[in-house]
Design a binder for this molecule. Structure first.
Ligand code: PGA
Length: 252
């Protein structure tokens, strides 16, 4: 695991975008795993600005999002399909049929999980997966207790997750109780992983990720077993991490 310490949200977003753009330059048909939430929005803004300024093309890129709320249609403003269209896909030249988000409105959600796994597998696998992190250590919507060998599955959202995400809904009662998420093993199969963290709210999660044990109680700790993970975290997120005590982590 590598740790890139940056000053603030803007620098985190720039650095993350730079890594993705370098990969796209090398490999025009990159398969990108994408994430939603407040954290990656700035990174997407950087990609859009670059697309407008330098014309970087996404015509051959395919994308695979981590998760989607169960019960929300892609036209629902709080669905992750809507979010991705709104903050990225509609502003670059990627054909929408090359963008994949689980269908939270599928009649048979279990079947949808299997279909989504097959879509990823048949693509040849994800080259680079972008991740945020929940305050409870979730990656995608893999809440504490999720087995490390999980594949795409349906998960009951933790109360803390529903509370954190209620800021986007009129009330917490409107936050879905379940979601479809790539499993932890699905995520770990990506060739490269970038995890972004910004702000004091993520300080405790950074201590656990960077200096804690590998345990299903803290799902992101599974990343410690992956060969190519870059954590890009800002000063506020790292405020409680003793950078001299990092073991097996390259600090840059
Ligand atoms: P956030 O969400 O980016 O909105 O903080 C992160 C997550 O829950 O994975």
């Amino acid at each position: 695991m590598k740790l890139l310490r940056v000053k603030n949200y803007e620098d985190m977003s720039k650095k993350g975008a730079e890594i993705i753009l370098n990969l796209i330059k090398e490999k025009q048909d990159t398969r990108l795993g994408l994430a939603t939430g407040s954290t990656p929005k700035g990174l997407y803004e950087n990609l859009i600005a670059d697309h407008k300024e330098h014309g970087t093309s996404y015509k051959s890129i395919r994308t695979y999002n981590l998760d989607e709320y169960a019960g929300l249609d892609g036209s629902h403003p709080q669905s992750y399909r809507y979010f991705m269209n709104d903050v990225l896909f509609h502003h670059i030249d990627i054909p929408l049929q090359q963008t994949h988000v689980p269908n939270g409105k599928a009649d048979l959600l279990e079947e949808e999980c299997k279909r989504y796994e097959a879509v990823i597998r048949e693509s040849g696998g994800i080259d680079l997966q972008l991740l945020g992190i929940g305050t409870n250590g979730h990656i995608g919507f893999n809440e504490p207790g999720t087995p490390f060998d999980s594949r795409t599955h349906i998960i009951e959202l933790a109360e803390s997750t529903r509370e954190a995400n209620s800021r986007f809904f009129d009330s917490i009662d409107e936050v879905p109780t379940h979601a479809i998420t790539m499993g932890i093993e699905t995520i770990l199969e990506s060739k490269k992983i970038i995890l972004l963290a910004s702000g004091e709210a993520k300080a405790d999660a950074m201590v656990k990720l960077l200096t804690g044990e590998v345990t299903t109680d803290f799902p992101a700790s599974a990343l410690r077993n992956h060969a190519d993970v870059v954590v890009i975290a800002d000063e506020a997120a790292l405020k409680d991490v003793d950078l001299d005590q990092l073991k097996g982590i390259q600090l840059r």
